[in-house]
Design a protein around this ligand. Structure first.
Ligand code: DSN
Length: 416
């Protein structure tokens, strides 16, 4: 429902109402190229805003610590069944509150503090929760790292060399800024050579896997986590999937290990999103995300931008702004002034800092949800070029912003 129709909020809390209204307008009038963001359907939004938020339901369906769970159990069982169908996994826990807590639960289920884990470096596209020293994962566990090569690809022979030398107890495969296919089978073969557990964090690409466009780690890996709000297009949250033999460990790690009461309103919205992702249209959506990303990458390359690994197999790309004499931060700011959101990002082997890196990360899940295709993506690529090349020209940025708004009005976000 459009925010303007929220009669109660408008009456009781005009400050918050106004802020939400303005954010709705910002999202409507501007282009979202942050690779991890998306727009949920009105049905997902409705489920999130329900009285299920009033309930406490520690435990799992049929085994709760509080009374009054018959409807909550129905919701959770439906959500679990849908995840199993969507990803063809043996066991699913849908209670994780978000990606990092899900990953914390995975580590808790499989490791002891101090155990050695192999993961992709954050500055080569990994994630904070894959062992960065400022994150709980890097503080509690002894992470060793693999990275990408100069060509921007992970070299699986190098991963094997590091794994054999370091003998980690777990290998983590997953990323927040890597644009190439993951060789899940090879990761598993390497892990088997050294007796390590395999953990895939598919937060970024879960929707592309569910939509049948990318290979799945589920047949090979011991445990898989994903957030539900990126390409999967659900509410903010996460799930964990694993082989049946690890089900108890994962469930115990989530509750009582990590979390208290699950967020039942969010779990209902997850179930709604999983149903949407099971529809044939979702496959078309996932395929279009990748088509759009490939078009965006090739247009930008034609305009003289350097893209890490020279292209993409998924929904995202890293653009090295030094190819245009800009920093990532300068590009992010110029694009924001032009009505285009993205995030500054380190590129592999970056000599700059995380707060002022060389690159930006771009992704197509959100613009694809709006229905944008090749024609619109080409326009967007042109605006990116113009904004970056005229980053100091405020009137140019404003004129791009006006054009962005005109395009956005023709491709409204769902439910508005
Ligand atoms: N913040 C997410 C992203 O943008 O990739 C990862 O946690």
């Amino acid at each position: 429902m459009p925010t303007s129709q929220f009669q109660h909020l408008k009456m009781t809390d005009s400050e918050i109402f106004e802020a939400i209204l303005k954010e709705e307008k910002r999202q409507s009038d501007e282009l979202e190229l942050i690779a991890s963001e998306n727009y949920v359907s009105p049905a997902v939004l409705e489920a999130m805003g329900t009285i299920l938020t009033n309930k406490y339901s520690e435990g799992y369906p049929g085994k709760r610590y509080y009374a009054g769970q018959e409807n909550i159990d129905t919701v959770e069982n439906i959500a679990i069944d849908r995840v199993k169908k969507l990803f063809n996994c043996e066991h699913a826990n849908i209670q994780a509150l978000s990606g990092s807590p899900a990953n914390a639960a995975v580590y808790m289920a499989f490791l002891k503090p101090g155990d050695r884990v192999l993961g992709l470096s954050l500055d080569h596209g990994g994630h904070l929760s894959h062992g960065h020293p400022v994150n709980f994962s890097g503080m509690l566990y002894q992470f060793v790292r693999y990275g990408v090569e100069a060509n921007g690809y992970i070299d699986m022979d190098k991963v094997r060399e590091i794994a054999i030398k370091e003998r980690p107890k777990m290998i983590v495969a997953g990323f927040s800024a890597y644009s190439r296919n993951m060789d899940w089978k090879r990761f598993k073969e390497i892990a088997d050579e050294i007796g390590a557990f395999t953990f895939a964090d598919i937060a970024h690409i879960a929707g592309l896997i569910a939509g049948g466009q990318l290979d799945s780690p589920v047949p090979f890996f011991d445990v898989i986590s994903t957030t539900t709000h990126k390409t999967l297009r659900g509410p903010r949250g996460a799930i964990i999937m694993c082989k049946n033999k690890y089900a108890k460990n994962i469930d115990k790690a989530i509750f009582p290990g990590m979390q208290g009461g699950p967020h039942d309103h969010i779990n209902a919205a997850k179930a709604v999103a999983f149903k949407e992702a099971l529809q044939p249209e979702f496959k078309t959506y996932a395929a279009q995300i990748i088509k759009n990303a490939k078009i965006l990458a090739s247009e930008l390359i034609n305009f003289g931008f350097k893209i890490v690994s020279d292209g993409t197999d998924n929904h995202l790309m890293l653009v090295d702004m030094s190819s245009k004499g800009r920093s990532g931060k300068e590009a992010e700011i110029a694009l924001e002034k032009a009505g285009i959101s993205c995030n500054k990002n380190m590129v592999p082997f970056d000599t700059r800092s995380p707060m002022d890196p060389s690159g930006i990360r771009l992704g197509t899940p959100a613009v694809t949800t709006r229905g944008m295709k090749e024609t619109e993506i080409k326009l967007i690529a042109g605006w990116i070029r113009d904004a970056v090349e005229h980053a100091d020209d405020l009137s140019k940025l404003q004129s791009i912003k006006n054009e962005v708004k005109t395009l956005c009005v023709s491709f409204p976000i769902p439910g508005l």
